[in-house]
Design a protein around this ligand. Structure first.
Ligand SMILES: *Cc1c(COP(=O)(O)O)cnc(C)c1O
Length: 392
């Protein structure tokens, strides 16, 4: 018991803190913004330690350390850093690597937030860019200039599931001292490990498959320790801090990642095979289908093809919207990677972020529908799609 002579205001603050049992099977949530040190020297030491869990939560937290370690381990990377969102991870990473007068090469088709960072925000700070067809390795080589510092890669890409040759693009960059940054959100480390293909930094919207239950917003980047230290220094300025509870939720999600992704993969294959033969569907974009233009490459660099597919419907925008609104199990929602199946109409959703011209360059056609398979029974999802497509 604390000193009983203390007055109420003091006593309320200075009672005994719960001791941490030596080895709880599930880690506690360290809902603490700061950590106390034994001496002024010790505090000064941890203040400059990269992602230390012993100083201040914007610098690091035990739940951050646990999550960063889990993702780095799965991605076979040296170190990792976590953020309050995927965009927090990307923006902090890119700001730590480029400056005014320098140049980025990105894909013309990739996550809308990534394109908006490259096309809208960075040019205001003097960072130039070139967008390329990701499937054309020659185009990547041609786009590189002496000012290029970063290549932004996403494979499979959103929303058309196009594939980048990770090994070839990593080699191009390495030879010129350029940093490669790959978004591995769609694949997850269960299906693809870009670090093994020579990619320098791999990032995730952990909000999606890593968390897996539509209940936590988080981001993570992993790579060589020296690069992670560079990003951490910028992270202190950007302050896209991950809440300890959300870090804990994502770590819990990761414990079942392999099981979940296995099921997502199998369901997406079943849906792709079914929809491929449906008369209302013009084309199915899914790297697991032999008809996908980069299927052979995808099969070389991935061990599974993920839970997202997109389809182009015969008919116009109104047909696509009507079909989506008739679905019952697929909820109309912007996210993916969760236990629930979700669907979006990219042409409507991206309208806010990109111009018509940018959307058409990114391959977002009016009849395009993106399906993110959840963990429901595949036969029920197929029934739902058939019902919605009837008369489309
Ligand atoms: C959702 C998503 C992002 C952005 O992540 P947030 O956690 O929403 O910031 C980035 N890349 C891909 C592929 C995504 O699906």
């Amino acid at each position: 018991m604390a000193d009983p002579r203390r007055r109420a205001a003091t006593a309320a603050i200075h009672t005994r803190r719960a001791a941490t049992p030596a080895r709880p099977v599930s880690s506690p949530i360290f809902q603490s913004t700061a950590f106390a040190a034994a001496s002024a020297d010790a505090l000064a030491r941890v203040a400059v330690e990269v992602a230390t869990p012993d100083f201040y939560t914007r610098h690091g937290n035990p739940n951050h350390a646990e999550l960063a370690d889990a993702v780095a381990t799965l991605e076979r990377a040296e170190a990792g850093l976590v953020f309050g969102s995927g965009m927090g991870a990307l923006t902090t990473t890119v700001l730590s690597l480029v400056g005014s007068g320098q140049h980025i090469v990105a894909q013309r088709s990739m996550y809308g937030g990534t394109l908006s960072l490259v096309q809208k925000l960075l040019p205001r700070f003097g960072v130039e860019y070139t967008l390329v067809d990701q499937a054309d390795t020659g185009a990547w080589a041609e786009a590189i200039t002496p000012a290029t510092r970063v290549l932004l890669i996403e494979s499979p890409s959103n929303p058309r599931l196009e594939i980048t040759d990770l090994r070839a693009v990593a080699e191009l960059a390495r030879a010129r001292g350029i940093v490669t940054v790959a978004d591995n959100t769609f694949a997850t480390p269960v299906n693809q490990r870009p670090v093994e293909a020579g990619i320098d930094l791999v990032w995730h919207s952990a909000t999606k498959y890593l968390a897996g239950h539509s209940d936590a917003s988080a981001g993570v980047v992993v790579g060589r320790a020296e690069l992670i230290e560079t990003i951490w220094n910028t992270a202190l300025n950007v302050g896209a801090v991950l809440g300890p509870i959300d870090a804990w939720l994502v770590t819990r999600g990761i414990r079942t990642l392999d099981l979940r992704v296995g099921r997502h993969n199998a369901t997406a294959v079943a849906l792709a095979e079914h929809l491929r033969k449906h008369p209302a569907v013009k084309v199915v974009h899914y790297p697991g289908l032999p008809s996908h233009p980069s299927h052979a490459l995808a099969a070389r660099q991935m061990t599974g093809f993920g839970g997202v597919l997109s389809i182009e419907l015969r008919g116009d925008r109104a047909t696509a919207v009507r079909t989506i609104e008739r679905l019952e199990l697929f909820q109309l929602s912007a996210s993916l990677g969760s236990v629930e199946s979700l669907v979006v109409h990219p042409a409507s959703m991206w309208g806010a972020m990109l111009t018509e011209e940018q959307m058409s360059a990114a391959g977002v056609q009016p009849g395009l529908v993106r399906l993110a398979c959840g963990l429901e029974d595949a036969a029920d999802l197929i029934d739902d799609l058939d019902r919605a497509l009837e008369g489309a």
